[in-house]
Design a protein. Structure first.
Lengths: 564, 352
């Protein structure tokens, strides 16, 4: 039985774009940027304990790091006046340090700090324009479906056929009605898994199919280097996150921006994994920085006495499932060479130029590789499920109040350490939900099984030795493979019966069909295929690292135990 | 329904009036209004009419109730002071009345199992970490309370009741829980330390019971202080490795709840765990000993759980393993001692 997925386009929940929170925010952009800069300044002052000496040190560290970045790692998007700006900061700092009076020194440092937070806030803020948004949306939808129809329905005339829509290609499943409902009531923070640079555009499109107003979204500044992406990103309401800047002032400004935007009522999108999953696993350790802003915004709403649902923030996990991740070869290379430590990597992959992206898009739409997106159940900021009216429901079905988590002695209190712990808890809950709503594809099953079988045959080897195995050791007999695939599939269905995972409809076919579907689809456009059949009908791989990458999608479920 | 509004005077709740619960309730009552919960109506009556709990004196300002809802509604802060055997049941009883604003600090030293319906320790035989719950993990699993802490350390109720000087550790991931616990309990005679490693502190309190049984056994064999020094030191090493494998930090074992409680319990003839070891060494069987004790010595349960846990890890824990054989497989205590003396522990300290 084929599962239903959303085929129609939803009516917009807010028909007039004047009502879209992001449009309202764009209208007040100038005031908003100033507010963010001032609030960020206050936060930093608080963190430095209003001590001029500590503040000075922070300013100097920031200056030093920024100068180093400009010299060592310049990007196309960087504004031309950067050198000049930091030069001014430097001379102001010199000038201030010669001041006699402590209070006037402090005032001087504060002024410099405000200048910096203002610059950062301006840089981070999105440049949303409703007209661009509409244009982009129609380009994406129209363009994609033209390509799709040209490929699927034969003949040149078919370019104007409407037999296939994007929604046949990209299946949306899960709690779509709930997210629409809640978006009219409170503020949504959507947290998707992240495997490919395509995700941003994909999610943007899905949000519009669901009839939701545009979400604001923190996009890596590196994406703005590429003009085609920059246009899309701006149109989708993206604000900019520069991962090169790790100084306190930047991070605080960024967090303030995110928190204030959520409080403003803008639906937001974070990729909680931070960057694309390098190893191909579902994110298990989340970057908690931006996530903490959702909790902070929720608490701030309660503090301001906003206990209504309009002040409530809903976390919606989303998984995006692919048979094929274009960047897989370079992602896994990155993962394997970074020995567990986060290090600077060069953004120089398949998505580096507009040409390569266009080529990929054509490939993607003209060949059959489906994508599915599952929308998870909405949660409050502590990871409790909420019902259709946005009320928090505990494990035993009792209604509870999210506000109570922030109360002590009967009032809402600010406790940073408490909120850090809450952020950890929320992160864990999101990871749990990711695993539950993850949809298994045939390609995940075959690559997981094949890799585990090779691993079992070579138990003494560590991962790196496994990846270097000679070709002749990589051959698996088809019959054995079929048997093992069936075992893994059974275990997956067992997990499914406990609601711990989901499967795509094609997983209900006969095992032989699933295997051949999986083999056809897994990493289908890579020059070297992760799985192929050899002339004798046995299973083998042309690229063990890629096989490992696609295999990783099913780690974290304890399925490895089947291969002990 | 709205969350409670505590404009009136703050009341502290204590759940359980065993000897430790009574001692803590009295200490809390020095500075605050206290309500205690007891399950049996006759105990509640006894407290409210004669200010004693099962014969132990209670501060006359303390009131008792046997309504979980009542105590949960009136108190934001609750101390769970119940034996580990009844812990899960009591937590389940309280769960419907607990809300996220509640702070819970427990003083129970024990482990609980997280098994599927129908499974028992006898049927599963091997335990992995997520099948074992510390008491704070029980609270987190069963209730919506998240701000949870534990109280552990060398706190013999008898001495606390006499007002002798002592100290304790409050461990919680939440600073506010530690600060609140310190504010409520600290006095001239009682020092309160804080620790953020709640799992490590809970495990220290639990694992030391194993060593306490062994200490009783040594005493029962008539061995002296050298042997005790040896046991405490090697016992601590074993606690470090076990605690680490179960997710605690090495540091906590060196604290009040680890080494502090270990030394106290290994010297305390009043401890149930110590008594079990002592009587075993005197030749009684485990059944005989258990039959004459009104409450199970927690260490016995801990030995079984840790033994099952060892099956799934590559870890060796010679004291626990041999104690298990003595308790459940009829190994003679002298043989176990011989085995330990021959065991190739060549390195004194291998974990710092």
């Amino acid at each position: 039985m084929e599962e239903k997925y959303i085929k129609h386009r939803y009516e917009p929940i807010l028909p007039s774009k004047e009502e879209w929170p992001v449009v309202k925010l764009a209208r007040e952009r100038k005031e908003f940027v100033k507010k963010v800069a001032d609030l960020a300044e206050n936060r930093i002052l608080k963190q430095t304990g209003n001590n001029p000496e500590i503040l000075k040190e922070e300013l100097e560290t920031t200056l030093y790091r920024e100068k180093l970045r400009i010299k060592q790692n310049p990007w196309v998007v960087d504004p031309d006046d950067e050198g000049e700006f930091w030069g001014e900061v430097k001379s102001s700092l010199l000038h201030i340090s010669s001041e006699e009076k402590k209070t006037s020194r402090f005032e001087g440092y504060k002024a410099v700090l405000n200048k910096i937070t203002n610059r950062y806030a301006e840089e981070i803020a999105s440049n949303f324009k409703a007209t661009h948004y509409k244009f982009t949306r129609s380009v994406v939808t129209y363009g994609f479906s033209r390509l799709l129809n040209a490929a699927r329905v034969k003949g040149i005339k078919s370019i104007f056929s409407n037999q296939y829509t994007l929604q046949d290609k990209i299946q949306i499943t899960g709690e779509t009605d709930q997210i629409r409902d809640l978006a009219t009531k409170g503020t949504i923070v959507m947290v998707p898994t992240h495997f490919s640079n395509l995700d941003s555009i994909l999610i943007g499109w899905i949000i519009s199919v669901l009839g939701l107003p545009p979400f604001i979204y923190g996009a890596g500044l590196n994406l703005f280097n590429i003009s085609i992406f920059a246009y899309f990103m701006n149109a989708l309401g993206a604000y900019k996150v520069d991962r090169r800047k790790k100084n306190l002032m930047y991070l605080e400004t960024l967090k303030t921006y995110s928190k204030e935007a959520i409080q403003f009522g803008c639906h937001s999108l974070f990729f909680p994994g931070g960057t694309r999953s390098r190893s191909g696993t579902i994110e298990s350790r989340l970057k908690l920085g931006l996530l903490s802003t959702a909790i902070e915004a929720q608490r701030a709403n309660y503090q301001a006495g906003n206990n209504e649902i309009s002040g409530k923030i809903f976390i919606v996990p989303v998984t995006i499932n692919y048979h094929f991740v274009l960047e897989a070869p370079s992602l896994i290379r990155d993962h394997l060479s970074s020995t567990g430590q986060e290090r600077y990597y060069k953004e120089n992959d398949e998505f580096s130029t507009s040409y390569k992206i266009s080529k990929f898009l054509v490939k993607f739409f003209t060949k059959g590789s489906d994508i599915s997106v599952s929308i998870g159940k909405a949660m409050d900021v502590l990871g409790n499920y909420v019902d259709q009216d946005g009320r928090t429901i505990d494990k035993n079905g009792r209604q509870i109040h999210t506000r109570d988590y922030f109360m002590s002695d009967g009032v809402v209190t600010v406790d940073q350490q408490r909120e850090e712990e809450y952020t950890n808890m929320l992160g864990k809950r999101i990871v749990e939900e990711f695993h539950k709503i993850n949809r298994v594809f045939s390609s995940h099953l075959v690559s997981f099984t094949a890799f585990e079988m090779i691993k079992r045959k070579n138990q003494k080897l560590d991962l790196f030795e496994l990846l270097r195995l000679p070709e002749e050791d990589l051959i698996i007999s088809y019959e054995e493979f079929k048997q093992e695939c069936q075992n893994v599939l059974n275990a997956i269905f067992e997990l499914k019966s406990q609601n711990l995972i989901k499967t795509a409809p094609h997983m209900n076919r006969d095992i032989e069909e699933i295997i051949s579907h999986g083999m056809d689809n897994v990493g289908m456009y890579h020059a070297k295929r992760p799985l192929v059949k050899d002339s004798l009908g046995n299973i083998t791989t042309q690229d063990m690292s890629l096989l490992y990458f696609y295999h990783n999608r099913l780690t974290g479920y304890g399925l490895e135990k089947l291969f002990k | 329904m709205d969350s409670k509004n505590s404009s009136n005077e703050k009341v502290i709740g204590v759940v359980g009036v065993g000897s430790f619960g009574t001692a803590i309730a009295n200490m809390l009552a020095e500075k605050n209004k206290v309500i205690v919960y007891a399950r049996k109506p006759e105990v509640v009556n006894e407290i409210n009419s004669t200010n004693t709990a099962q014969g132990k004196n209670l501060n006359p300002t303390i009131l008792a109730t046997n309504e979980p809802k009542d105590i949960c509604d009136r108190c934001d802060i609750l101390f769970f002071m119940i034996p580990s055997s009844g812990f899960l049941e009591v937590v389940k009883t309280f769960a419907p009345f607990l809300f996220p604003y509640h702070l819970i600090i427990h003083g129970t030293k024990g482990l609980s199992l997280n098994l599927k319906p129908g499974e028992t320790l006898d049927t599963v035989k091997r335990l992995n970490r997520n099948q074992i719950l510390t008491m704070s993990e029980v609270i987190l699993q069963e209730t919506v309370a998240v701000r949870v802490g534990c109280l552990a350390g060398p706190n013999l109720s008898k001495e606390l009741i006499q007002g002798q000087p002592a100290a304790t550790v409050i461990a919680s991931k939440y600073n506010e829980v530690i600060l609140e616990g310190q504010r409520l309990l600290r006095s001239e005679k009682f020092q309160v330390y804080g620790n953020s490693d709640i799992i490590g502190v809970e495990l220290s309190g639990v694992l030391k019971n194993i060593i306490a049984i062994a200490a009783g056994a040594l005493a029962g064999l008539g061995l002296g202080e050298n042997a005790k020094g040896l046991l405490i030191s090697r016992g601590m090493v074993e606690m470090v490795h076990l605690s680490n494998a179960l997710g605690g930090s090495v540091k906590s074992v060196f604290g009040l709840a680890g080494i502090g409680d270990l030394v106290t319990t290994c010297n305390s003839v009043d401890s149930r765990n110590y008594t079990v070891g002592y009587r075993l060494a005197k030749g009684e069987s485990l059944e005989e000993i258990l039959a004459s004790m009104d409450e199970v010595a927690e260490g016995i349960n801990t030995v079984r759980i840790i033994k099952a846990f060892l099956e799934t890890t590559g870890l060796r824990a010679p004291i626990t393993e041999n104690l298990y054989k003595v308790l459940f497989e009829d190994l003679e205590i002298e043989e176990a001692l011989q085995f330990l003396m021959k065991y190739p522990f060549s390195v004194d300290v291998d974990f710092v």
